[in-house]
Design a protein. Structure first.
Length: 88
């Protein structure tokens, strides 16, 4: 259980970092770069990759399954088609 808690803690931190980068994308523009020359798009990609890595660890440790994630993903797509303008 200690490993799972550590994975969950890190996943939580990574999700917060995604939120922060999204805020900067919206504030400064997705292709804007700061002094380091890295664009917000590149930072977003990196942070999403970090989240993906932690999700993979949850799968590897049997906390969630690929099948259940795919089912939840399809349910989300259905909701978005109904309630958002993404697919219009």
């Amino acid at each position: 259980m200690e490993k799972i808690n550590e994975i969950l803690n890190i996943l939580q931190e990574e999700c917060a970092e995604v939120i922060q980068v999204i805020s900067k994308c919206r504030r400064f523009g997705i292709d804007n770069s700061h002094k380091d020359g890295i664009t917000q798009r590149q930072k977003l990609t990196q942070e999403i990759g970090d989240v993906s890595a932690m999700i993979s660890l949850l799968i590897d440790h049997g906390v969630v399954s690929v099948e259940d994630i795919e089912t939840a993903e399809q349910a989300k797509f259905a909701k978005l088609k109904l309630w958002s303008n993404i697919y219009n």
